[in-house]
Design a protein around this ligand. Structure first.
Ligand code: NAD
Length: 358
């Protein structure tokens, strides 16, 4: 019995999470696994219900579970709340910190059926298969923040970016271990020409590289990396980087897969892993059944792989997504001429059917 905390959240979160549960249930039925799903409030929905975006009851349910499935949080309705009550700052960051989720894995794989769906040229993206490993509990997002008045009547705002050797070593070693099991290429991304924290980052990676001689280590500045990702993405195998650079680069990398609705993520490092799509709550399409649930469904596959060690079950889901893409079904974000347009629920149904049939 796998205990899964289910946090749908806001916007399209409530539409995509049930589709991932359908995929998990289909795998469970086929492979005789049982789950205990416990739903809890998070984000704006939690603020509206109980006055806080991360209620203690939700945290407790997560701590008591084997894994957490999260949809997305935030939206314009909650944008003007005091910063500590805003869904992203008040819920997402403390949840990651509380569960000790220092490593965020974002695999970026182009399903062959989606070659035409990307805005990028086919010859550039064919065969893309990279993974970004983003440090998740340090850096600017967690640094001290302050505002002060200035003599000219304006204000000064400060966000502190700091990393310790321990934090860098932890994520870099994690990335090396991933690279060892893949194509043994690690690209560490920093801004060491400008930032002190990046200089420590680079020195640490350089020192650790000698412990992993079988892995080819390279360094790249983040601005160059953002260009190389769309110039020649196949040069990358594993990218390891700090929190904010990883946040930005993975949104860019999502376009290599056709849509941000295709990019899953796993956040691990503590006792309980957290699985969520890489995108946000998409308020512009919420409630219209237009959301692509595949990033969330693929995140559920990552849960099976990383939290439950069920590799072949994870592959069942990934193969089903591949099949549905090859059969030509598309949500609006991926729609091309000659394909069949489906809504969020229909896409979830199709994946479920293929899992049960294969
Ligand atoms: P977003 O990722 O929600 O949306 C960006 C664009 O991508 C939108 O046009 C949206 O329609 C589209 N999109 C996103 N997911 C999609 C899907 N599954 N299918 C089809 N199209 C999809 O980013 P944003 O607009 O910058 O942020 C909206 C809200 O989400 C904000 O409140 C933001 O803070 C929050 N957010 C939350 C998370 C999270 O919960 N982890 C992450 C990022 C942003």
């Amino acid at each position: 019995m796998y205990r899964i905390a289910v946090l749908p959240g806001d916007g399209i979160g409530v539409e995509i999470v049930p589709e991932a549960i359908k995929a998990l249930m289909a795998v469970g039925k086929k492979c005789s696994h049982q789950y205990l799903f416990t739903e809890a409030l998070i984000g704006g929905a939690a603020y509206d219900a109980v006055g806080h975006p991360l209620p203690e009851a939700t945290l407790e349910i997560c701590r008591q579970s084997d894994a957490v499935l999260l949809g997305a949080i935030g939206g314009p309705k909650w944008d003007d709340l005091p910063v500590h009550l805003r869904p992203e700052v008040g819920a997402l960051l403390p949840l990651r910190k509380e569960l000790g989720l220092y490593a965020n894995l974002r695999p970026c794989i182009l399903f062959p059926g989606l070659l035409q769906a990307s805005t990028l040229k086919e010859e550039i993206i064919t065969g893309v298969d990279l993974i970004v490993i983003r440090e998740l509990t340090g850096g600017l997002y967690f640094g001290e923040k302050s505002r002060e008045k200035t003599p000219d009547g304006g204000e000064k705002a400060t966000d502190i970016l700091s990393y310790s050797t321990y934090e860098i070593e932890r994520i870099v070693r994690f990335a090396y271990n991933v690279a060892r099991k893949r194509h043994r290429k690690l690209c560490s991304v920093d801004k060491a020409n400008v930032l002190e924290s990046s200089r420590l980052w680079r020195e640490t990676v350089t020192r650790l590289a000698s412990e992993y001689p079988e892995v080819e280590t390279t360094h790249m500045y983040v601005d160059n990396c953002s260009m190389q990702l769309i110039r020649n993405p196949r040069q990358f195998d594993v990218i390891v980087t700090e929190n904010m650079f990883g946040d930005i680069l993975t949104d860019e990398a999502s376009m290599l897969t056709g849509s941000i609705g295709m990019l899953p993520s796993a956040s691990i490092g503590g006792q309980v892993g957290l699985y969520e799509p890489s995108h946000g709550s998409a308020p512009d399409i919420a409630g219209q059944k237009k959301a692509n649930p595949l990033a969330t469904i693929l995140s559920a596959a990552m849960m099976l792989r990383y939290s439950f060690d069920l590799e072949s079950e994870a592959r069942l889901i990934e193969a089903a997504v591949r099949q549905v893409m090859e059969d030509g079904y598309r949500t609006p974000d991926l729609m091309e001429e000659g394909k069949t347009l489906v809504d969020t629920v229909q896409m979830g149904d199709l994946v479920q059917e293929v899992i049960l049939k294969n």
